[in-house]
Design a protein around this ligand. Structure first.
Ligand SMILES: [Cu+2]
Length: 284
């Protein structure tokens, strides 16, 4: 998308300038690969700086897209061959555990290492998160661990569920999209992980999550044309459709089903049962 915009900008510029002068074919378009993102951390070392960006203003419980840039102070350039990787870790009073996370990739923008982390819980006065970054800088392997702050979402709405399924496995289901919900049929996206142990969270493939959005403040009415979340191997995420017929508070009732359509968590919404024990919350 960014590349497309870039190409578009060049196209427009070349048309604009190309038409009035011939010697102006060296138009330099400054594109900012972290435009619109918030720089939430900057870790300065003697010879380089690590910048951490997020769409949000802070790291929150739930799904967080994170972009990282490493600036080499000697050349004053952002590093494009860092082969960066990361490992989030929570240090609790009685134990340590990691969090579901993607790999870091700079395939979109060569100087931006992008990925996501699903934080299951916030830090507090005595328990904290950090992440270890591994990368190459001028042929040297670097490892750095930085403490980070993870808070509950400012809006207080539930966007991640950590739960035990009826198969006795522990799962983590996190809301990804829509980021800006509309009164429309929205593209709905979520990620699902199994907690194998404190450090290992494999992506769960080929399960299904049924979708039943309701407005509890308005007689618990539903909406038409929702589509259950199904697994997409290309993105390793679950895609479906979320129909929102008006603005306000919605509870998105969910049911997790395995490949045999056995329900592992959640219940149908009925007259007698107004909500599922598995849900996300939305307000817009
Ligand atoms: Cu924890």
């Amino acid at each position: 998308m960014k590349k497309l915009k870039y190409i578009f900008a060049i196209l427009i510029l070349s048309i604009t300038f190309g038409s009035c002068s011939d010697d102006n074919d060296e138009v330099i378009v400054e594109s900012n690969p972290v435009e619109g993102l918030n720089k939430i951390y900057e870790f300065s070392e003697a010879d380089h700086t690590v910048e951490i960006y997020s769409e949000k203003t802070a790291l929150e419980v739930g799904y967080n897209e994170i972009s990282i840039r490493i600036k080499d102070m000697a050349s004053n350039k952002y590093v494009t061959n860092a082969e960066a990787s990361w490992m989030p870790m929570m240090h609790m009073e009685t134990m340590e555990h990691s969090a579901p996370h993607s790999m870091l990739t700079n395939s979109e923008e060569s100087s931006v290492y992008k990925g996501y982390i699903v934080f299951q819980m916030p830090g507090n006065d005595t328990e904290y998160w950090d992440f270890t970054l591994n990368y190459n800088l001028n042929g040297q392997a670097m490892t750095e661990t930085h403490q980070i702050s993870v808070t509950q979402p400012i809006d207080g709405l539930k966007k991640v569920q950590v739960f035990m399924g009826s198969d006795d496995n522990r799962y983590i289901l996190a809301y990804v999209n829509p980021k800006a919900p509309q009164v429309a049929i929205n593209d709905f996206q979520a990620v699902l992980y199994k907690m194998e142990n404190m450090m290992t969270f494999p992506v769960v493939e080929n399960f299904k999550v049924t979708v039943d959005p309701r407005m509890p403040g308005m007689g618990n009415h539903s909406s038409p044309n929702n589509q259950d979340l199904t697994y997409d191997a290309a993105t390793k995420m679950y895609n479906g459709k979320l129909s929102l017929t008006m603005t306000g508070y919605w509870k998105i009732n969910l049911k997790l089903q395995n490949e045999s359509n056995e329900v592992l968590k959640g219940e149908d919404v009925t007259e007698a049962n107004p909500e599922s024990s598995l849900y996300f919350e939305l307000e817009f």
